[in-house]
Design a binder for this molecule. Sequence first.
Ligand SMILES: NC(=O)C1=CN([C@@H]2O[C@H](COP(=O)(O)OP(=O)(O)OC[C@H]3O[C@@H](n4cnc5c(N)ncnc54)[C@H](OP(=O)(O)O)[C@@H]3O)[C@@H](O)[C@H]2O)C=CC1
Ligand SMILES: CC(C)(CO)C(=O)C(=O)O
Length: 335
Amino acid sequence: MSTRQTRVAVIGAGAVGLVVAEAAHDAGHDVVLCARTRPERLVIERTDRVRELDVPVLVDPGEAQPADWVLLATKAQDVAGAAAWFDGLVGPDTTVVVLQNGVDHAERVGPLLPSGTTVLPALVYVAAELLDRGHVLHRRGARLTVQGCPDTAGAESLTGFTTAFTTAPAAPAAANRTAAPAAGTGSLPGERFAALMAGSGLAVELVADFRTAAWRKLLTNAAANPITALTMQRMVVIQQNESVRELTRGLLREAVRAGIAEGAALTADDVTRTLQVYDEFAPDDGTSMHYDRAAGRATEHELITGAIVRLGDRHGVDVPLNRAVLALMRGLNHK
Ligand SMILES: NC(=O)C1=CN([C@@H]2O[C@H](COP(=O)(O)OP(=O)(O)OC[C@H]3O[C@@H](n4cnc5c(N)ncnc54)[C@H](OP(=O)(O)O)[C@@H]3O)[C@@H](O)[C@H]2O)C=CC1
Ligand SMILES: CC(C)(CO)C(=O)C(=O)O
């Protein structure tokens, strides 16, 4: 009996899309990239090596065939446009993994999919900069965090962007990562996703309390992304400028309070922990929002600062610093 390869379609040939397409390819799957414009080459650069990825690229949604997995790696504001791919790619057995920032992945994408489609939100601990069309610099981090089963240990041991990309079979990324089940087994979407990516350069971490994990990831964006976009400086400005660091602490304190009101198990220690994550970056690492502004693209502020303000308002939590930053980000995007 012959078994066919698992079909994985990655939507978005950007920074995250290229890194996950490479990982799915290395894990032995039949990968296709779905792009808006065809890149001449697919190049993934790291400090120690440059690699060309050889996978087919589609630019016409009409050519898409049903996939077992769809890995959605566009910016949040491009989800509606990316939905053109769903008709061809998504069948009754397809799982759609949403690899984006924010805390409302399923609400964002679910309504655009056929009813009953399995949607798996994924937190992206991959820091990558698109240098040119089809050319990514993968700067650090090689971990995707997804919902595990309820008895998976808590999210307390999350370790920022320190997990290294390796082409050797992935080692457990953190104490709360459960072992990936054998490919094709595991009843939860997160467990099946961990099995899918086993043997690739990306570690898939399963957590019991995904809400808290998502807020912890949001904290890594809450200050760094808007500040680096507004100042047009990289992480150095948060690491070394005392006034900016004070603003960073203030933005994070507010976000922690909004997250707690939303039911995330955050504490005041999360402010210190997030500053430590920021300090682990190289001074010249940027953020996805900084790269967007540098390239003249729209930014994802509604998904990050906007979510903190919206949810703060819902729960009566004062978030004046985030509100001010949101106004500036809206101004920056004003057309
Ligand atoms: N970069 C990073 O370090 C990190 C990013 N993230 C998150 O990951 C998500 C992806 O970010 P990132 O990879 O940086 O974004 P990029 O802007 O680098 O890539 C997004 C890609 O999506 C493509 N796209 C947009 N619309 C469509 C469409 N209709 N069909 C096909 N492709 C489309 C864009 O194409 P085009 O070139 O035509 O615009 C672009 O290539 C975001 O939510 C981001 O916040 C999370 C952690 C870190
Ligand atoms: C935490 C950070 C800044 C790492 O790249 C990120 O998630 C982003 O750029 O959106």
